[in-house]
Design a protein. Structure first.
Length: 404
């Protein structure tokens, strides 16, 4: 069976795009590893180079978005498999404070900046919303690379990210409702929030309990020759479920990983997921670079606005997260503060909704995208520097282990 000519041409274009993106991402990865820099930064900058702003080899597309979404879903699934619920509950209070303060301060900062610039109330709400949610995929990848995922600061970031996402969902729903006041349904917002909380609680508590009681869970299906297939089905199912109720798909993927972390097939799943992780996650990081519009930086007023918005985004998120994590000690509090800074694709999605609702113009949209990318690029080198400094303190293992 052959495809029609038009369909075959579209398929060829899509495959060509995916080939260019993956090749460029891995070349960026290779270069930055040789320079002893975070590979993630190389993959993002590779996206900038091949994207519309420079070479123009790749444009944002549905296919690239799909592969990028699969990449970040598999990334958080991997992180979930590497984490146990008991490790998260051990830092529960700190994670809650980090999640709340890390949303409230950026929201207030973004809103205040927009008001100071004379923007409308609706625009101020959307700018504040764009600064709230953390792109935990960026930080998680760095922590995996540097093998720091299981330290208190790393676990706090993961727990705070779930709270962060629920609060950001609520703020975004309120922002959209305030713009379209005729259609605003506060009951719907409350129900969505309660459903999100119930979803997280049910699968984090109930799912892990089931997995602990029946640790052979992944061996039961006879259609699977290895635990990988049922594991991926669970991952995609919970990711889709989370997206349906308004949460980020990565929350569902992370919860699926948490559940599988309690089964006796955890180690085989880690080994079998690794190749999928290696193939798909570069699309996620490169797609962030592809979305960059460097033309925004050519106008000095827009550039000044980029600097101002980025400074507010970094300062408010860092301070809020650092204050929430103080109980972990100064080292881990600093790690959490830096790790919560990236906005990545989350800020871009909020800005896109604001643009479609006509409360954010194209210039401010470009500014928010630039802020999202800049906060993403700054964090990996900072995290590496923080952890390298601690590894230089290897003669004092107790201090390193506790982060104090």
């Amino acid at each position: 069976m052959t495809l029609p000519i038009a369909a075959a041409a579209d398929a060829a274009d899509a495959l060509g795009t995916l080939f260019i993106v993956l090749l460029a991402a891995k070349l960026g990865d290779e270069l930055f590893r040789r320079l002893r820099q975070p590979a993630i930064v190389g993959e993002i900058l590779a996206g900038v180079v091949i994207g519309p702003s420079l070479l123009g080899l790749v444009e944002p597309s549905t296919e690239l978005d799909l592969f990028a979404e699969l990449g970040v879903v598999l990334l958080l699934f991997w992180v979930g498999v590497e984490t146990r619920l008991s490790e998260l509950t051990a830092v529960g209070r700190a994670a809650f404070l980090v999640g709340v303060l890390g949303v409230v301060l950026p929201l207030a900062g973004g809103f205040g900046l927009a008001e100071a610039l004379g923007e409308s109330f609706s625009t101020a709400v959307f700018l504040g919303a764009a600064l709230t949610a953390t792109s935990v995929g960026i930080t998680s990848a760095v922590l995996v690379e540097l093998r720091a995922l299981r330290r208190p600061g790393g676990r706090t970031i993961l727990g705070a990210a779930v709270i962060d996402d629920i609060l950001a969902l609520l703020i975004l729903a309120l922002a959209v409702g305030l713009v379209a006041e005729d259609d605003f349904d506060p009951t719907g917002v409350v129900l969505t929030t309660l459903l999100s909380l119930a979803f997280v609680a049910f699968f984090a508590l109930g799912g892990t309990r089931v997995a602990r009681r029946w640790p052979q869970l992944l061996e039961a299906p006879r259609f699977a020759e290895s635990p990988l297939l049922p594991a991926v089905l669970l991952c995609l199912g919970l990711a889709a479920f989370a997206a349906k109720i308004g949460l980020a798909a990565i929350v569902g993927a992370f919860l699926a990983g948490l559940i599988l972390a309690e089964t006796r097939e955890r180690v085989p799943v880690e080994g079998e997921i690794a190749p999928l992780y290696a193939v798909f996650t570069p699309f996620f990081f490169a797609s962030i670079g592809v979305s960059v519009d460097l033309d925004v930086l050519l106008d000095w007023k827009a550039l000044a606005l980029v600097v101002a918005v980025t400074a507010v985004a970094i300062a408010t998120k860092f301070i809020g997260a650092w204050l929430g994590a103080r109980s972990l000690g100064p080292r881990d509090a600093t790690l959490v503060g830096v790790g919560m800074v990236p906005r990545g694709e989350v800020g871009i999605v909020v800005a896109s909704i604001g643009l479609s609702e006509q409360v954010i113009d194209k210039e401010l949209f470009g500014v928010i995208v630039a802020m999202s990318v800049l906060t993403t690029l700054l964090v990996p080198p900072l995290l590496r520097a923080l952890l390298a400094r601690e590894r230089g303190d290897i003669d004092h293992p107790q201090a390193v282990a506790t982060g104090r």
